[in-house]
Design a binder for this molecule. Structure first.
Ligand code: DAH
Length: 340
């Protein structure tokens, strides 16, 4: 057989073989490459036959061989490249392995509790208002009917920034800001941070959160306040919880009360959590003192209202059975992860 027909038949053989593979099997393509283009491959052995071709034909035959070699290289290499990249992707991607776990963050339990309280009051028409954390004596005390040097100021240990400015001791300052800027009716809750100069312990911290509530309208009754706060207790702590109103004192409300709920640990029988009383105090409230309404320029003959204030940490402690208020502030992820 002449070299020319050997070249032609080799090309045909190769085309047959390559179309018999699926073109994606790396091993098979690699084998073909060796078989045809390797050092002892079929194309190479045809090159070795060039020596026995007559000198007149040799240049032409050489050219044909080089062309064949080029064609085979090209078609094999492009298929090999493609299959190699796909094969390595397939090998390194085992769909049966469990996925990587992404650590996901979560909202702080105080934020969660705050949002839950807001949601409940929003659902009955209260909007949110925010006041300053550094405020003057007037808004934190004076306008709330705490006269200077009045012993009621001792109820709250105050951080003074200057002689006249304090870190607010309660969110009640926001009541005053809201009423100064708005005519009645008023229906707001005021969430935020408050500060007290107290020794840090299991029960108290120098910083905590409150939500204040204020409703002012014509002829507001104490019964409405009871209804609203009882509704809140049931929504927040569950339908089974009992609540009671106990007379108390705040300078800015008259009459004043504190609300207790039945202890969820002992179901009212008496335990260490409720100090054997069966009840847990959760908030302070009362009818807004007419003197406070007059301070913001509301006519107390026309307008009346109720207000309340509650500690968010306290609500969260009771709801989740937490035994140390400091846990909310030290950023220990083992604690925080329990609220994911
Ligand atoms: N400001 C009170 C406190 O921090 C809580 C409070 C009690 C707020 C009665 C009120 C209220 O609006 O009517 O202890």
């Amino acid at each position: 057989m002449s070299l020319k027909s050997s070249i032609d038949s080799l090309r045909k053989d190769f085309e047959k073989e390559i179309s018999a593979t699926d073109g994606t099997n790396f091993q098979e393509l690699d084998r073909l490459k060796h078989e045809y283009l390797g050092r002892k491959g079929k194309v190479t052995s045809l090159f070795n036959e060039l020596g026995s071709v007559s000198t007149s034909e040799r240049p032409e035959m050489g050219k044909m061989l080089n062309q064949l070699k080029g064609e085979l290289h090209e078609s094999l290499n492009s298929l090999i490249e493609w299959s190699a990249s796909h094969e390595s992707a397939e090998n390194s991607f085992d769909l049966t392995l469990p996925g990587d776990e992404f650590p996901s963050g979560s909202l702080h339990p105080i934020t969660q509790t705050m949002r839950e309280v807001k949601r409940i009051f929003q659902s009955i028409g209260f909007s949110s208002a925010y006041g300053p954390e550094i405020d003057d004596d007037y808004h934190n005390f004076e306008a709330l009917n705490f006269p200077k040097h009045h012993p009621a100021r001792d109820m709250q240990d105050t951080f003074y920034i200057t002689e006249n400015d304090v870190l607010r001791t309660h969110t009640s300052n926001t009541q005053i800001h809201v009423m100064e800027n708005q005519q009645p009716p008023v229906r707001v809750i005021c969430p935020g941070r408050v500060y007290r100069n107290e020794a840090v312990s299991v029960r108290s911290y120098c910083l905590f959160h409150q939500i204040e509530g204020l409703y002012v309208n014509r002829d507001v009754s104490l019964a409405e306040m009871k209804g609203t706060l009882e509704y809140f207790c049931r929504q927040f702590f569950g339908e089974k919880v009992q609540s009671r109103f106990r007379p108390s004192f705040f300078p800015f409300t008259e009459p004043s009360a504190e609300v207790d709920i039945s202890c969820m640990m002992c179901k009212g029988k008496g335990c260490s959590m409720c100090k054997k009383t069966g009840w847990l105090e959760i908030l302070g409230c009362g009818m807004v003192d007419p003197a406070v309404l007059e301070k913001v320029g509301y006519d107390s003959q026309v307008w009346s209202g109720y207000a309340w204030g509650m500690g968010i940490e306290r609500l969260a402690i009771l709801k989740y059975g937490i035994d140390d208020i400091r846990l909310f502030f030290n950023g220990d992820v083992r604690f925080l992860r329990q609220f994911v």
